[in-house]
Design a protein around this ligand. Sequence first.
Ligand code: SF4
Length: 321
Amino acid sequence: MTIFEKAQQLFNKSVAGVIDNDDMDLIINWPHDQMSVLFACADQLRRNYFGSTVDPCSIMNIKSGGCSEDCAYCSQSSHNKASVEIRELASPEEIISQAIKSFENNLIFSVVSSGRKLSRKNLQIVVDALKQCPGEKHASLGILDEDELRILVEAGVVCYHHNIETSRSHYPKIVTTHTWEDRVETVRRAKKVGLRVCCGGILGLGETWEQRKEFCIQIRDLQVDSIPLNFLNAIPGTRVNAPDDSPLDFLKVVSLFRIVMPDRPVRICGGREVHLGPLQPLLFYAGANGYISGGYLTTGGAGVDNDDIMIQSLGLKKRMQ
Ligand code: SF4
């Protein structure tokens, strides 16, 4: 079979929902000098399900640093030595003002807080603010119980963001203060109360390609509504090393997720500027159809204007808010 026929077969199997372990191995072992053929498959799948529309979002770090959890990669963990600003809960005015800015830039707005979970008192403050925010609202506030998640639904939040971060087998090497299963349970609770779920993780945490495949299968099995992928941006003072993956390695992971889950939004988040540099536009040919715009939790991004130029230059358009 030629490489073109292999790509065509992957496309057909992806659309039919029958991608198997051998197909995933084929993608993982795809030669770097033939990536344009893999991208053609992933790009056509993206176009098949999402046309020329991309779905960017923005996040606001509403409570920063001082976290009790020991996530090895996170600059906000009090177990790490990264220098990060510790900030108590943002005021309702700050939250509303940021939401308006996101709305004006045609970006979904999501509030994100550090910590195992937001306290009930702070949750109520955030919910009262969110009720006054325009546009589509998402939240990422930790390991909430069902009642707390329902409070978000009542406030008009439509999607809960909670990553499983990495494969089940790799997770204990990265976090010990809570389990991978704790994260999965939160995802299940959010789905149960009627929230859409945005759930993915971080590539480059020292996981093997086999564990990347495991992670991808676990995300598929959770049947989440949106898949955020980060490429580790190793912050000094955290307990992880910078990954040695090439830009094409990370782009290959994007294609893997697109081909395994052709109809799910794949959003590229932190690390795209750092790891892909001038190859960032290839993300969309690799199959991504979403991204975070305007900066991340503790690091800056390319900026909304630059992202908009990239999208327009590719002939893509942002989903209207
Ligand atoms: S990833 Fe979240 S839970 Fe883990 S240390 Fe950072 S803020 Fe805390």
